[in-house]
Design a protein around this ligand. Sequence first.
Ligand code: FES
Length: 577
Amino acid sequence: MSQPPRRSLESLRSQRWLAKDDMRAFAHRQRLQQRGLDREQFLGRPVIAIINSWSDLSPCHAHLRERAASVREGIVAAGGFPVELPALSLGEVMVKPTTMLYRNFLAMETEELLRSHPVDGAVLLGGCDKTLPGMLMGALSMGLPALCCPAGPMLNDRYRGQTVGAGTHTRKFWDEYQSGNIDQKEWIRLEARMTRSPGTCNTMGTASTMAGIIEAMGFMLPGASSLPAMDAGHPRMAWACGRRIVDMVWEELTPSRCLTPAAVKNGIVACMALGGSTNAAIHIVAIAGRAGITIDLDELDAVARRIPVIANLFPNGDRLMEDFHYAGGLPALLKRLGDEVDGTTLTVTGRTLGEHIATAEVQDAAVIRALDQPVTREPALAVLRGNLCPDGAVIKASAASPKFLCHEGVAFVYDSNEAMLAAVHREDSGIDEDSVLVLRNGGPVGAPGMPEWGNLPIPKPLLARGVRDMVRISDARMSGTHYGTCVVHVTPESAVGGPLALLKTGDRIRLDVPARRLDMLVDDAELARRRETLPPRAPVFARGWQRLYTEHVLQADRGCDFDFLTGTAPTPEPPIY
Ligand code: FES
């Protein structure tokens, strides 16, 4: 195979900081030697940033300091100079009100870390839900060679003979605890289960979904997206990332060469076959938007109608990410999909996706199913339209109760998560299994940050009667590890005057997933009357990140990116003097 052309040392960006014979460059070299380095360790070498989202409050990333060390060794082995730059860690469970409020923060931080430092390429260490999308968005905007080193899923766990998965079983056991089927002693015992090791959620939650999508888009080494965090292969993969990024710099393999429309489509195809999280509908649009590629939600729906869910993983199925890795991981899954995958797209290895999956094999057909034996006949994602969501809403049809996919019921509407939690569990609420629970003000502007409130709780009186699902609707998001008949991302959101703001308790709602419709059965004249009495929305935040966020965040159908961050308009390099 012929070697790709290599750029000259003089053309490297870092040379502007380090190579000149002037006082400023002298100071840069001097300050690196202040660290105890010899000039040989950094001069004449590509400078590689290791953007690390480790923190003590990001347990999914608990091992990323060690992995950064492996990446560092790989960079040095390939003749590069590693510099570790810490970034916002965004541990999904600890950050309030939601990590989504800060995904764009991490994207901006990644972009500006790369821009402001003498860096030629980057390895992005992340995994917990928003981290890889945020980092990749930033790297795309900066345009330097970059590849993702995913944190990897945590190990499988079992409890009383049952396979249990992070997130999914937390919700299941909580419902059993609420209905009295689990006592407090067992509930406390469960705290130490389901999260058996460092690493990301081991179900097909948002972290696993986005890792798979990003590998399919070409930004990971083959098979990396499912490699368990505690597998001996994981530090090897990290080391290989370090080695590879140095060559990527010499080859000028920038993100825009990988992220073409065909690569985005491969990511969407992977998402649907994996039975991915609804959050992917936001992140895919945002990632593509940084490369100047516009994705309409209907494109996601069209792919979801064609591509069956063949990855048998919670919450759609009954296996975990470790099983998926043993079964062949993403390359084997993509191989199953045949012509649906565009094998010509370039990946960070310098080879095409088609080359990577050519030799892949499914090792366990119970985990990666045949196309004619999907985990469910329902699609991973359905995009709904109607008078309640003219710009779209999404439902994970594959994890919903089939009996609710066509449903009409009376709405119980709540203006805040607190109000909803205070009301739904009352014995006299009037809510029954056929009611439709609706939460508004959970969107990008309204919450703000679009928290994962969309898996509204089943009222306790109904849980006690054995009810485990009902139709729930919101302009919020839902954890990818969760399940149930939850319509989320209602757009436009209520806080910006979307029709959801007009809905009243007692209105009837019709959900028709096969027809891709979501409507409130209220006539137009009445809706117009209600709109006249809507109170104007006052600005909530006088200062700070929340103000910037609420003033600039786009709606869910546009990826919740900031209006001033999308697209490919160049930002000038910083002057050096
Ligand atoms: Fe980190 Fe689920 S909480 S991946």
